[in-house]
Design a protein around this ligand. Sequence first.
Ligand SMILES: C[S@@+](CC[C@H](N)C(=O)[O-])C[C@H]1O[C@@H](n2cnc3c(N)ncnc32)[C@H](O)[C@@H]1O
Length: 389
Amino acid sequence: MKNTFSFIDLFSGIGGFHQAMTHFGGQCVLASEIDPHAIAVYKQNYGIDSNRNIREIRNEDIPNHDVLCGGFPCQTFSKAGKREGFMDQIRGTLFFEIARILESKHPKYIILENVKNLAGHDGGNTYKTICATLKGLGYRIPAEPLILSPHQFGVPHLRERLFIPGIFDPDNVDIPLDISFKGLKTKADNSIYSIVDDQESDPRYQLSEHTIDVLNAWDEFYKGIDVDVIGFPVWSKYFNNAAIDPSFPEWKKQFVRKNQDLYKRNKAFIDKWLKRWNYLSDFTPTERKFEWQCGKAISSVWDGVIQIRPSGVRVKKPDTFQALVALVQTPIIGKYRRKLSVREAARLQSFPDSFVPDSSPQMAYKQLGNSVNVLVLEKIFEKLLEMGK
Ligand SMILES: C[S@@+](CC[C@H](N)C(=O)[O-])C[C@H]1O[C@@H](n2cnc3c(N)ncnc32)[C@H](O)[C@@H]1O
């Protein structure tokens, strides 16, 4: 079907599905999105106006198409009364919009995407209803939730997502679609340096002097203490021998005890370290906490991937990046002493370097965090095409 198929891109965002479908020669005949910033990025990259609320598109205005794509928002369905059909159970939700288009157009293929937790959402009821609806509309789908992450295909991004591929085959809806992959990679098979640029001079990605100080302080701390593997969060405010607050829950008492033990064993070094860094008085409460999550894999903060999170300065091995999600602090690439660039974030979603992101980095990170990994979609679609022959 190369060069000859059409697709519609629902909840189209910045076009993760668009990228994957056009890779196979697909032509987009309709896109639907309501976020003005995402609409602008879509227009600039693909020349298509996606500015349409899916709820307002009538079936008769939707062109015929071979593939329906949609990374739809997850919503709870009504607990159905016994006599309600599936279309009634899902009425009012955005999944309903997908279902009513399928009912009217029955495209041959579907690929839907959602967060992994959709499989367990509302005690499994949501996913069960989605599957039953799709089968009721004539689609063969996998028997089990298909959960995949880009790192399994060599893209250093840990992002498990639920995918629902389907083929219109009303006579065989009870034969599950067997979509599986051999030779999937593990987290440890990956390296962030496969997508990271060694040169990046854009000042927007450079670290402030203050952040460099915070990271230097913790680097010195890690190198000075008597253990390589710290199996608990380091909370510098408990570097003392004070009595533990009895009102703390047991898990917290244990962490405080471990911090006090660490302090006791390394008192001479830690006292000197605290003094040298002005008792961390210039640090925010977050910056006074440290989480070393690399075991013995690396021996310096500057060799890790760093995220400054509410729980503290977290250092991880440079094998993968945590899932890009909207609103989370941009990771720092220790080796290059800078933040992940927008171009690199786009690579984590397997967008080609020709993709033009939003001009505001904050907006671009958010949109990429809402998007979908293009390579994973391509891998799934390749299988779907094979099975649908
Ligand atoms: C999880 S994101 C999907 C992103 C997309 N797959 C991509 O590659 O960027 C869901 C999108 O649905 C859009 N959306 C929410 N309600 C909508 C509606 N009623 N009609 C069209 N799009 C809608 C949101 O603005 C959001 O961009």
